[in-house]
Design a protein around this ligand. Structure first.
Ligand SMILES: Cc1cc2nc3c(=O)[nH]c(=O)nc-3n(C[C@H](O)[C@H](O)[C@H](O)COP(=O)(O)O)c2cc1C
Ligand code: SF4
Length: 428
């Protein structure tokens, strides 16, 4: 976290005693946006969010206001908001802190979004392994009901909103928005073919918005201070601040709120106190493990925003930054990822079900026995055949790292070839 609270949107209450209670939330400006909200027309709220340039913080970076505007008008069906708190992408642990330290900020954001899209029910789908985060959001919801901030005539207004917290059961795939909906409906947590998109046919067949915890938590600031104030943070094309969860070989790993456009090298060297034990930087996964990797050289120029990441052939994703030093074997890292994605594939699509497992087995063989030159070409070919050919992007989440790891760290793969005198063998 930066020391200057004026530079913060999402984490102003982090570190305050009992920051998770309604009392502390209100004493520090919480629920202030409600009067303004109800003085506005729902469409004007959507316009303000559009104007703010807020993009979804769950991974894909889709414009929040634009997504809300896809909710059909004059449809005689209930509308829903589902807050995605499944947070299972390896390297990503920011939503947990928003849920633990400032759950009322999320509830205020839920009220704003639901009013804008005309929803009277919202669900918070929370990762099953989260314990404290679950208790904090559940207690905050109950507190909000007791105080009349949720339920019928909330805050004395002519409006009703119910919020239900639903715990997942440990499947990474349930973070994918349509798998989340299936799971919430009581079905097997498997992604659905899109279109139709959830904004049109979502939960129980009704129009539904799915947004990440961080996306919804930014709304009270935007409504209180206006879109222009929000746009003062960040860059022209990537406005606002974002949470980055930094792990790996840095001196001060943690969750940091930074304006978009902040240099990666400063995140590592200034904010995170530099590389641990004075080792050299080798690689960084910038946005959760599904994203293509960056080299140390890339990190000299890349900035933490959507455009710069694209220019460096990767993505900002969920902001899960994994920092690796010179001692790390990239084939071993890739195998760690392949094991995860092969285990978490829901199995509906052949290229994903078979491809993730095949890549995993190949990497284990290469690490244990040494590989052959043709294995590298086969890994690339397999990944290419998986990409863009499945119901959801879990298959791409492994293909993209495979292709980028081989492209950016070819020597690490060659070290494991059988014909090398010093071929490395790893006991896994
Ligand atoms: C395999 C997979 C897992 C995902 N897991 C999450 C997750 O844990 N949390 C999340 O917010 N989005 C996750 N997403 C992205 C969601 O499908 C969806 O895009 C997001 O919740 C939309 O919210 P946003 O627009 O606010 O980012 C995942 C996507 C995929 C393909
Ligand atoms: S890509 Fe993989 S996880 Fe996604 S639907 Fe297909 S099999 Fe399931």
């Amino acid at each position: 976290m930066t020391d200057n609270k004026d530079n913060l949107v999402l984490t102003t209450r982090f570190g305050l005693e009992k920051s998770y209670t309604a009392d502390v939330y209100q004493k520090t400006g919480g629920y202030k946006s409600i009067d303004k909200l109800f003085s506005m027309k729902p469409d004007d709220v959507i316009e303000e969010v559009k104007k703010s340039g807020l993009r979804g913080r769950g991974g894909a970076g889709f414009a929040a206001g634009l997504k809300w505007s896809f909710i059909p008008k004059n449809v005689d069906k209930p509308k829903y908001l589902c807050v995605n708190a499944d947070e299972s992408e390896p390297g990503t642990f920011k939503d947990r802190y928003l849920l633990e330290d400032d759950p009322h900020q999320l509830i205020e954001g839920i009220i704003i979004c639901c009013y804008a899209i005309g929803a009277e029910s919202a669900y918070v789908y929370i990762r099953g392994e989260f314990d404290l985060a679950y208790r904090r959001i559940e207690e905050a919801v109950q507190e909000a009901y007791q105080k009349g901030y949720l339920g019928k005539n909330l805050f004395g207004k002519n409006y009703k909103l119910d919020v239900t917290v639903h715990r997942g059961a440990g499947a990474y795939i349930c973070g994918e928005e349509t798998a989340l909906l299936s799971s919430l409906e009581g079905n097997k947590g498997q992604p659905r073919i899109k279109p139709p998109f959830p904004a049109v046919v979502g939960l129980f067949g009704c129009p539904t918005i799915i947004n990440n915890v961080e996306t919804i938590s930014a709304l009270p600031y935007i409504l209180n201070n206006g879109a222009d104030a929000y746009k003062k943070f960040g860059t022209e094309k990537s406005p606002g601040t974002k949470l980055f969860s930094v792990s790996g070989h840095v001196n001060k790993p943690g969750v940091y709120e930074l304006p978009l456009g902040y240099p990666m090298k400063d995140l590592i060297n200034k904010v995170c106190g530099g590389m641990k034990d004075g080792k050299a930087l080798k690689a960084v996964i910038p946005g959760g493990t599904s994203m293509p990797i960056l080299t140390a050289k890339d990190c000299e120029t890349v900035t933490l925003d959507y455009e710069s990441m694209t220019a460096h052939q990767t993505m900002l994703g969920s902001g899960g930054v994994i920092v690796m030093n010179e001692d790390v074997d990239m084939v071993w890292v890739l195998r760690n990822l392949s094991r995860f994605y092969a285990h978490e594939s829901c199995g509906q699509c052949t290229p994903c079900r078979e491809g993730t497992g095949w890549i995993d087995k190949m990497l284990v063989r290469i690490l244990r026995e040494g590989g052959e030159e043709k294995d590298i070409a086969l890994l690339n070919e397999l990944s290419d055949n998986m990409m863009g050919k499945t119901i959801c992007v879990l298959a791409d989440s492994l293909s993209m790292p495979v292709i980028s790891f081989i492209k950016k760290f070819p020597d690490d793969f060659r070290r494991h070839l059988k014909n090398r005198p010093q071929a490395v063998r790893v006991g896994i």
